[in-house]
Design a protein around this ligand. Structure first.
Ligand code: ZN
Length: 285
């Protein structure tokens, strides 16, 4: 996982912006009123979010926002609801609640899991007798607009809600993984595994545990892929700094090292962690 930024440009589908956004939200709050009145059993969520995939892949450099595996090479990748729509119904069509995820992180592991340190964000309190006019008035105040910061919940307020709830699953658009995560090389297992940045910090420990349980961050095949990326990185770093080697060799290894560390590179967030360590502290497999 590496820190990501939203690209708030024309690539976000119009259905998730401005009046279209409010119109989608209005259907949700009306459905919530129907549920309160016993007219509807539960929310139905027509999956209209697929058009967001292109923009989300652009934001995460065609990698899974959770595990940093390339998402577009062997599959289409998923539009993942960071806060699951089954528990946070009002965020079902909120662009800021989306991220690009690989199918395994999303469908095999995360599903609808979402642990938090503090009480969960409360959604809009819809009552049985709320009028259509009342519902229409409140939809503007429930979720952020991805383009117009002042239209809806402000982006800062949305981040504040996140911090107040403190999910145990990091949101790479809000949380910087390097403040919580460290990576440990285990040559005997051919693995690079996620560990807490500070073992004595209860929050770090709980976040790593939730990452393992909720999106399989230390699943064996992922640990092995990270290890293979680490091997190439390690060789490139050692050789690019080896004064005994001919200059053209060193230059080639320098180019390999730079490519591995580019944000588009698979697991580059993890390799950057090792790049920041002194060379004599690297575990040489
Ligand atoms: Zn993934």
């Amino acid at each position: 996982m590496r820190k990501l930024s939203r690209i708030r440009d024309g690539g976000i589908p119009t259905a998730f912006i401005g009046e279209h956004r409010k119109s989608q939200l209005l259907k949700l709050v009306k459905a919530e009123r129907d549920i309160k009145n016993g007219l509807l059993n539960k929310h139905k969520f027509p999956s209209t979010w697929s058009p967001c995939k292109t923009q989300l892949h652009k934001e995460s450099d065609s990698k899974c926002a959770y595990c940093e595996s390339p998402t577009t090479v062997v599959s289409y990748g998923d539009v993942e609801h960071y806060r699951p729509k089954s528990k946070y119904w009002w965020l079902a069509y909120c662009y800021d609640n989306y991220l690009a995820s690989c199918t395994l992180c999303n469908q095999k592991y995360k599903k609808a899991k979402f642990k938090t340190l503090h009480p969960k964000i409360q959604g809009p309190q819809i009552k049985k007798n709320n009028t259509d006019t009342h519902l229409k008035n409140i939809v503007a105040t429930i979720t952020p607009d991805p383009i117009q910061e002042t239209d809806g919940v402000s982006w800062n307020e949305y981040i504040q809600q996140h911090n107040d709830e403190r999910p145990l699953l990091l949101n790479p658009y809000i949380d910087d993984p390097k403040n919580f995560f460290a990576w440990e090389v285990k040559p005997e297992d051919e693995s690079v595994v996620l560990v807490p940045l500070d073992n004595q910090n209860d929050l770090h420990v709980r976040i790593v545990k939730a990452s393992e349980e909720d999106y399989g961050i230390n699943r064996p095949e992922l640990c092995l892929h990270r290890f293979e990326a680490y091997l190439v990185y390690c060789a490139a770093r050692l050789m690019s700094e080896d004064a005994q080697l001919p200059e053209n060799y060193r230059n080639m290894q320098r180019r390999i090292r730079e490519r591995l560390l580019r944000k588009e590179g698979a697991y580059s967030g993890i390799l950057t962690f090792f790049e920041q360590q002194p060379i004599d502290q690297l575990v040489i497999p």
